[in-house]
Design a protein around this ligand. Structure first.
Ligand code: ARG
Length: 370
């Protein structure tokens, strides 16, 4: 028996990772959480159903290539087992006609040390997504005597989880930005909600975005669940659709973070970074003016990079400005083609989840109390 699961931060040398799959991915039907989250001008509004097979095949080709490249560098790669996403998701509290997919494991699985925690999730269509990772969790559990497999309480996701004000298509970006600045988001405080991709791991500190997919009770749940960590809620008021932190705030190595220049961390929330010698720099501009077709995410997947070690980073191949900036920051860049898979749930960080990084638990913010 040996240690399989160990990862405390976003940058230590990566040795074992899960890479998602595009198989059977569906555009889910309308539901309250999703309505608020699909950009108003998106080509996805009003459509749902299985994605075209040729787009699934192409996304899988790119994900497979990415997985092979990682394997060729000596990183062990595991893949999820897709469930039938055409099946409805039904619980005693809600029903939705189809599910989503398993391209972005980052959204579902949060690895903290020897623990992998299944997030509550906040979309009905993603309620059962953890099942795709259960074969892997079972294997790790059998092989690693210290592995802690945890699951946050499944939320009920009734209509009381969502603010009805957000359910109109015609809110307008102005109003959305104002609401985001006021920390008024689509999800209510009915029960704890969080997606794993709202959490960044900095050793002893966990930085969590409060937004559409994670509410304050979700952050409080994480705080109580990890009593030896310091848990910090952050906001990025420039984002009209605050969903997942990893196209907004990207740590590259101890002391250095990229921040989306349209979504800057507010001054008062910078203190913990400033006081502990961390530098927050604006990310380079994306290379594209618009996301690919039928994509939930913004052009800022340009900064959704996967750090392999404190000197090496995977950047999407077409994101030339981001690659150039990485180079200037002293990082070796590995170009990875992934853009045609963006529509399935995100970029290089989203489509992966950590299993093992070298290194242990460290305090990168020693001037914080506690
Ligand atoms: N909301 C982000 C944006 O569009 C995309 C984040 C995707 N991240 C993820 N883990 N699925 O800018």
């Amino acid at each position: 028996m040996s240690t399989i699961v160990n990862s405390w931060n976003e940058w230590d040398p990566l040795k074992h990772v899960i890479v998602g799959r595009a198989d059977d991915c569906h555009i889910p039907p309308e539901e309250p959480a999703l309505d608020a989250k699909v950009p108003e001008d998106s080509d996805m509004r009003g459509q749902w159903g299985r994605r075209p097979q040729d787009s699934i095949d192409r996304a899988n080709e790119l994900l497979d290539n990415f997985a092979s490249m990682l394997a060729s560098r000596g990183i062990e790669v595991d893949r999820p087992t897709p469930i039938d996403f055409s099946l409805p998701a039904i619980t005693p509290d809600f029903q939705t006609e189809s599910q989503f997919g398993c391209m972005p494991p980052r959204d579902v699985l949060l690895t903290v040390g020897s623990e992998i925690l299944e997030a509550t999730m906040s979309y009905r269509c993603r309620w059962f997504e953890y099942l795709c990772y259960r074969p892997l969790m079972q294997k790790y559990w059998n092989e690693d005597p210290n592995f802690r497999h945890e699951a946050a309480p499944k939320p009920r996701l009734t209509d009381s989880d969502y603010h009805p004000d957000y359910l109109s298509e015609k809110i307008g970006v102005e109003k959305r930005l104002q609401w985001a600045a006021e920390k008024f988001f689509v999800t209510t405080e009915e029960e704890p909600l969080f997606d794993a991709a709202d959490v960044l791991r900095f050793g002893k500190d966990l930085v969590v975005q409060h937004g559409f997919t994670t509410n304050l009770k979700g952050i409080e749940w994480i705080r109580r669940h990890f009593p030896d960590h310091r848990v910090h809620a952050v906001n990025f008021p420039g984002d009209p659709y605050p969903i997942h932190i990893d196209a907004t705030f990207t740590p590259l190595r101890p002391g250095l973070i990229l921040n989306n220049p349209q979504r800057r961390l507010p001054e008062e929330q910078r203190r913990m970074f400033n006081d502990n010698g961390w530098e927050i720099v604006d990310a380079a501009q994306p290379a594209h003016n618009a996301p690919p077709a039928l994509c939930y995410s913004s052009v800022w997947l340009s900064m959704n990079v996967l750090v392999l070690d404190p000197k090496t980073v995977c950047v999407e191949k077409s994101e030339v400005y981001q690659a150039e900036q990485m180079d200037k920051l002293g990082m070796n860049v590995i170009e990875v083609e992934l853009r045609d898979a963006y529509a399935f749930g995100g970029g290089l960080h989203c489509c992966t989840a950590d299993v093992y990084r070298e290194g242990g638990l460290e305090d990168y913010f020693p001037k914080l109390a506690g």
